[in-house]
Design a protein around this ligand. Sequence first.
Ligand SMILES: [Fe+2]
Length: 401
Amino acid sequence: MAGGAARARDSGGRIREGPEGHQGAAVQDHTVLFVDDEVNILKALQRLLRHEPIQVLAASTPADAFDLIDRYEPQVVVSDQRMPQMSGVDFLSSVRDRHGDVVRMMLTGYTDMTIAVEAINKGEIYRLITKPWNDDELKATLRQAFDHYDLKAEIKRLNQVTREQNFKLQDMNKNLEEKVRERTKQLDGKNQELRTAYIQTIRALAEAIDAKDAYTRGHSERVAVYSSRIARQLSLRKDMIERVYFAGLLHDVGKIGIPDAIITKPDRLDDLEYAEIMRHPEIGAKILEPVEFLRSVVPCVRHHHEWYDGCSRGYPDRLAGDQIPLPSRVIVVADTVEAMTSDRPYRKALPLEAVTRELHKFSGTQFDPVVVQAFLKLLEQEGDSFISKDQKFDIYAFIEG
Ligand SMILES: [Fe+2]
């Protein structure tokens, strides 16, 4: 036997053979199994395909055929229709159920044609080969069957590759999203740490300013608290409230550059000394300008002594109305309230009635009437407790909340 195939034959001429390929070929890519109860037909088919680059299997019963399919996994199975044990249609139907990828064909005489055509229509088989066959046509049909199998296998493989790549992509996407989330969280954390460090620095700076004078201890923090509460009363955006708070804390930072003798002088300042004091908003702005985080606070500090009506008593730029940053307009009210309700070397803390009188008096000239209204509303709701000295505005909770 060519190909060294095992071969067994029983008394009824039953044939069951392993591989039979073209001479010298150790491995063929393609394998066909012929199933026919007539041994002569099987032999004729093997002879016909001896020189083709395909492995040929032959079985004379469906049972042997299944055994060979399991062992050699042919791509194409060609079955006779009329067999004593089982019809070709039923056999190929079973092949379809058990090995869905195998291309099934039927080899049949003209008398079985109706059944065979029905089998094709039902999708049981791929092609029909008629007996007696034309050698070239049979070879061509076999080649087409293998091509058909290869094409389907390639489509299946590509689908599998696509599916796997999709899974990989989904996985990568998921990983990427997780990485981005993780990095964002880390950055948020770092950002938060930086902000906390900045806030602590600002506080220290504000405390250093207030510490120059025993009478102004805690002034900046209280102005920041009052300002941010007025800002909330005005329903400002969160980032604006934050800006108002920092500007409130830092509004007098420029006093660092003013001689202590002037700042702590208990008596009225002379004109020169007053001129010196008037420089503190500009000095403050200059100190803060290089700090990126405080860039938006700089103009608020620079303009916290402007007058709302733009008159000459405001400084340094005599801005008016909306030209003055809103945080500055808030701070000037808070600053006045804090100063009036605190003891000074030359007077005791004034009562709230005196403060409201002052605010009414200068509403529209020194102060923005809208800010004055917001403050008065707060006083209405809270009375004296609004100016209690120990109140705090938890900026950390506010920023994180
Ligand atoms: Fe000031």
